[in-house]
Design a protein around this ligand. Structure first.
Ligand SMILES: *Cc1c(COP(=O)(O)O)cnc(C)c1O
Length: 493
């Protein structure tokens, strides 16, 4: 599979290069021109496979630079850090199912890709005979940070620097990052929001690609954000796994469509669902759920993307994003791989914060997607309602998706079975979950954990309670304008 830059189809890359470099020259993302096709038979056969076997089977044609033996081996190592049922489907009723993606080591879906990415990246470097240390920069809205650190800590040949919005992540999310050990890790809070962190990282990429200082010092820059193709592919696999579980448990007839509801921020997870659909998985509507930062809802409704709006810090902080990077890959699809059109839209976005897609693109988009949003009040109400009705505790991100799905049902009466993607464990956001259940949260985050555990009769994972009393190794704070200087300083340049 050849990947091309969304901004210049003359720039092509193999999968290993795309994984190593993250972004293409000129700032585009690497995207596929053709996708593999899985048959219904292939999909049904997944029922007999373990989760890591499902990942190698689905990922193989998307990652042809790796042998099947390599992929199986990497997947077996990556997913041994998950329970056997890595991505269980829990049914609320006949038609509504929750795909729980938070049973990995850092309790958010980011682990699915970031437990595997270190193997893909270090092997890609070897395959390309690049004898350099990979410097991985990541901007995080909360969960990518801990998942990247967990995946890459002490991995030989890599160094990781994570930027998170200071004050913009939950207390547990912050501690997961700042208590991280590992010689090769660096965590920096920025005085700004996620968009500032992401823009800063992209800027460093641009500047560093334009000069050789880093390369001369023996480093090569890479990314663990979902702009990296190696992040998207492992996420495609769990949509197949969910479908196959529904079929084998008799909840879905093989070949019938399944709707997918995704709480969305950077558009990576829902993009993976779109690629799954294009690769033969019978997915009906893709339902894109946002919080009060509802730039995507407006975009899907009007075709106009406008980031010139207030930014809200919500109780679903991992979705507090106004510039969704992976939308660029989706635009590339909507415009039938016209990289010139995508370049113009992205130029307009960076100059004015605004662009509008063509009528044809808007038409295609509205056939594929439904979009809606939930305010914090809606989100809390959804947590409470699902708890009371089904005895199911959801985290605020998942609750956003649940609320938007309820809206979708009201508007459409579509009774296609749906999976709602549950992206994080409620204990990562104990404070918000407690408040939603009507129980006052205290100022002490660990007390909140045990209180939530008591109320819900769910056990808190030992690694979360163990955060109490762990040393915070990372205390650096900086202004977004100092990000590059911080990176150079850390690398001793
Ligand atoms: C990252 C994240 C999201 C948003 O996912 P995208 O792929 O960025 O759209 C949603 N929920 C949680 C808990 C997350 O960590």
């Amino acid at each position: 599979m050849k990947l091309v830059s969304t901004r210049d189809s003359a720039i092509t890359a193999g999968v290993t290069e795309a994984i190593v470099y993250g972004l293409s020259k000129g700032g585009g993302l690497f995207a596929p021109l053709t996708l593999p096709k899985f048959t219904l038979e292939d999909i049904i056969s997944l029922a007999d496979k373990s989760y890591s076997e499902i990942v190698s089977f689905i990922a193989a044609p998307f990652l042809p630079d790796f042998t099947y033996t390599e992929l199986s081996y990497f997947a077996s190592l990556a997913y041994k850090n998950f329970p056997d049922a890595a991505a269980p489907v829990v049914s609320l009723n006949d038609k509504t199912h929750i795909l729980e993606l938070f049973h990995g080591p850092t309790f958010a879906f980011k682990d699915f890709a970031l437990q595997l990415l270190p193997y893909l990246l270090t092997t890609s470097l070897k395959k390309l005979s690049i004898n350099k240390t990979a410097v991985i920069l990541a901007a995080t809205s909360g969960d990518t940070g801990s998942a990247t650190l967990e995946g890459f800590a002490n991995v030989t040949g890599t160094k990781i620097c994570v930027f998170y919005p200071h004050g913009g992540v939950s207390a547990i999310q912050k501690l997961q990052m700042t208590t991280q050990t590992g010689e090769n890790t660096k965590v920096i809070g920025i005085q700004g929001n996620f968009d500032d962190a992401q823009t800063g990282v992209k800027k460093i990429f641009g500047e560093i690609l334009a000069n050789n200082k880093l390369e001369e010092a023996g480093y090569i820059l890479s990314s663990a954000n979902s702009i990296n193709w190696g992040r998207i592919v492992p996420q495609i696999a769990y949509y197949f796994s969910a479908y196959s579980s529904l079929v084998s448990s008799g909840k879905l007839k093989a070949g019938c469509p399944m709707n997918v509801v995704v709480p969305t921020g950077n558009f990576g997870n829902i993009l993976a669902a779109y690629y799954a659909k294009k690769s033969g998985l019978p997915i009906g509507k893709l339902i894109c759920a946002s919080n009060a930062n509802n730039v995507l809802t407006d975009f899907v409704h009007t075709g106009a993307y406008d980031r010139n709006r207030d930014f809200y810090a919500t109780i679903s902080p991992s979705m507090d994003i106004l510039v969704s990077s992976n939308l660029e890959r989706f635009l590339f699809e909507l415009y039938n791989h016209d990289s010139g059109a995508v370049t113009d839209l992205m130029a307009s976005l960076s100059e004015t914060g605004y662009y509008k897609v063509s009528d044809a693109a808007q038409q295609t988009m509205s056939e594929l997607l439904y979009a809606g949003y939930a305010t914090d009040t809606d989100t809390k109400a959804a947590i409470k309602e699902v708890w009371q009705k089904y005895n199911h505790l959801s985290d605020p991100h998942t609750a956003v998706a649940i609320k938007v799905y309820n809206d979708y049902l009201k508007v459409t009466n579509d009774n296609t079975p749906a999976i709602i993607v549950s992206t994080a464990c409620p204990f990562k956001f104990a404070d918000a979950a407690l408040k939603a259940l009507g129980s006052p949260a205290t100022g002490d985050d660990f007390e909140n954990l045990s209180k939530l555990s008591e109320i819900s009769a769910l056990k808190v994972a030992a690694s979360l309670t163990a955060l109490r009393g762990k040393k915070e190794h990372h205390k650096t704070l900086c202004d977004p304008s100092e990000m590059k200087a911080q990176v150079f300083n850390w690398l001793g340049l």
